[in-house]
Design a protein around this ligand. Structure first.
Ligand code: PGA
Length: 256
């Protein structure tokens, strides 16, 4: 049984002053989220605030809400201006790191190789990766979605002979991100099942059964349940609708 993972992606939104009220709301309602695991990916500069505010509510216990950066480098340290060290992310209390988000691929030159290196660095430094894949519309229209996803995963499977403990994927069709246009639950399930079969080929049946695959792209409280009731959809990665704690929590509550 794979526990549902509800991950918010705040992208380049929110300032220090927004964090306190958000986590208070999450803390108040977190018993109402159907046993789902909650996680927020935010700008690196917000991480210490998120940790401070959350720990002040839980008495220093990390349980209940995980947090992590939207990007990490693969080296512990070095001359890599503008990057975030995975060791520093861990030091900040992060338990997850996002890798290979389509906006990193589209605007910042992220490749299948560099995304894989970032994802594996998360595990090397004691965190878990959420590794994103997904096709642009022209690839879907050309009937090449599976080919692209296979290519997006190839370097990862080449670099890691076995599944790192707790590794997660997120399937995010690019045409569904921030567009209001969600994949149908059948479209999502079809790609998730394909991805799980690729995981099985690379990492074996046990890993395929354990690895969680999230869906992302215009997830909202009113479509979350339908998506997450698909056999291979183990949670969601939520951008816009995660910015308000109430809709983030409503999505989590819809996971049952
Ligand atoms: P969206 O973003 O929910 O706003 O479509 C999803 C994502 O980019 O992770």
């Amino acid at each position: 049984m794979r526990r549902k993972l509800i991950a918010g992606n705040w992208k380049m939104y929110k300032s220090l002053g927004d964090v306190g009220a958000y986590v208070k709301e999450v803390h108040k309602k977190m018993h109402d989220v159907a046993g789902a695991e909650l996680l927020v990916f935010c700008q690196a500069a917000l991480l210490p605030e998120l940790k401070k505010e959350w720990f002040s509510l839980t008495g220093g216990a990390p349980a209940g809400l995980g947090f992590g950066p939207q990007n990490i480098h693969w080296e512990e340290k070095g001359a890599f201006t503008g990057e975030l060290s995975p060791a520093l992310a861990r030091e900040l209390g992060c338990t997850y790191a996002l890798a290979g988000h389509s906006e990193r691929r589209q605007f910042f030159g992220e490749t299948n190789e560099s995304a894989a290196m970032r994802a594996l660095a998360a595990h090397k430094f004691g965190m878990r990766a959420v590794f994103c894949v997904g096709e642009p519309l022209e690839v879907r229209d050309a009937g090449k979605t599976f080919d692209l996803i296979r290519a997006q995963c190839a370097p990862l499977f080449k670099m890691a002979a076995a599944a790192p403990e707790g590794f997660c994927f997120a399937y995010e069709p690019v045409w569904a991100i921030g567009t209001g246009r969600t994949a149908t639950s059948a479209q999502a399930q079809e790609v998730h099942a394909f991805l799980r079969s690729e995981i099985e080929k690379a990492w074996g049946p046990q890993a395929a059964a354990a690895v969680r695959i999230l869906y992302g792209g215009s997830v909202k409280p009113d479509n979350a349940h339908e998506l997450m009731s698909q056999k291979d959809v183990d949670g969601v990665l939520v951008g816009g609708a995660s910015l308000e704690a109430t809709s983030f929590l409503a999505i989590a509550a819809a996971s049952k």
